[in-house]
Write a protein that binds this ligand. Structure first.
Ligand code: ZN
Length: 357
């Protein structure tokens, strides 16, 4: 009996010694491994928390670091936006706001959650902000850029790609059309007629002619009653390096209704080699007075005007008639006459471009 106890005790002791010996060898390793796992878990939690706090553009910059050199090279300056299987590129809505340097894309059928699996990756060139959200129409991705860009979409293996280019890389002939005033700035107001409204109506009529002309890319500072700052207007023209920058206005005399009538065009007095503002003004004056059958009131030096003074491209400000003349106001507010004015401006644009502007 005693022998049995001794045997049991010996086995127990030997086992205990074995366990202690093994532990002495492996425990530090086990402890270290457990410590590393905890540290890794904490780091992952911290990164997840940081990612949660990052905005879409910061996340994109992070992903840019994480993708392979091969994929980065393949993407070049393009951005892989989202999986867009089962849809055609023509279904994507693209809204451009060159004045505010914004581009907005809506992908019907796509969802923000889809970006968890396939995040937006690629070049962050020109980007200053990016926002992603789900809307009724689909996944909305909006970009803000540090310059005016032209968005171009393409599709490959189910993914939608975006490339942002500078207007001059895409278009040969660029005109910037500016409907004077807008929003809280009505311009001249005579007898209930607001200059900003007439300016916009003429610009919209001009747009119809320009839309049909694929040889000219036209940018507009506004196509509704928006308030646009003067610096934004001239910045657009300078940034896209417009061949022509044309601002549409109406003239007005101080008195309520006066008999002063006719068309004037203001030009830049800046003497720079490529600055052919006066020549442009002369072409536009001729074509507009002919189309509107108005009196030629001549060319006017225009450097007192902010957008003229700051334009680095050929600029003209056309004062189409006097809104303060009862007879001219009646014609200026008539859509048939507005169309004629627009045709005159369009002819002027074509003539100037033919002359090598
Ligand atoms: Zn005006």
């Amino acid at each position: 009996m005693e022998e049995k106890v001794i045997k049991k005790f010996t086995i127990l002791m030997v086992s205990a010694c074995l366990v202690i010996c093994i532990s002495l060898v492996y425990l530090p390793k086990v402890t270290m491994r457990a410590g590393a796992l905890v540290a890794k878990y904490m780091a992952a939690r911290e990164e997840a928390r940081m990612r949660e706090e990052m905005n879409a553009l910061e996340l994109m910059r992070l992903h840019e670091q994480e993708i392979s050199a091969k994929l980065r090279k393949k993407l070049g300056y393009s951005i892989r936006l989202t999986k867009f299987e089962g849809h055609a590129l023509s279904e994507v809505t693209i809204k451009e706001n060159p004045v505010r340097r914004k581009v907005e894309l809506v992908f019907p059928g796509a969802k923000e959650a889809g970006l968890n699996r396939y995040p937006i990756i690629g070049s962050t060139r020109y980007l200053t902000d990016m926002k992603v959200s789900d809307t009724k129409a689909g996944l909305k991705i909006s970009f803000e850029t540090d310059r005016v860009v032209v968005p171009a979409l393409s599709k490959e293996k189910g993914f939608c790609y975006l490339t942002l280019k500078k207007p001059r890389e895409v278009y040969d002939r660029i005109v910037v059309i500016d409907a004077g005033h807008g929003g809280k700035m009505p311009g001249a107001v005579v007898g209930g007629v607001k200059e900003k409204t007439v300016n916009l109506q003429i610009v919209k009529a001009l747009k119809k002619y320009l839309d049909k002309d694929s040889s000219i890319k036209a940018y507009y500072t506004r196509l509704d009653d928006a308030h646009v700052e003067l610096y934004e207007r001239v910045r657009l023209a300078n940034e896209v390096r417009a061949n022509l920058f044309i601002s549409i206005h109406q003239n007005a005399m101080g008195s309520y209704y006066s008999s002063v009538e006719g068309t004037q065009v203001l030009y830049s007095e800046t003497k720079k080699g490529s600055h052919k503002s006066k020549e442009l003004a002369s072409i536009l004056l001729k074509e507009t007075t002919k189309a509107f059958r108005s009196k030629d009131k001549g060319l006017v030096p225009g450097n007192r005007i902010f957008i003229i003074r700051n334009a680095k491209v050929p600029v003209s400000l056309v004062e189409v008639g006097f809104v303060s003349s009862k007879a001219e106001q009646k014609r200026l507010t008539n859509p048939v006459e507005q169309k004629k004015i627009a045709k005159g401006l369009y002819d002027g644009i074509q003539k100037a471009l033919e002359k090598g502007f």
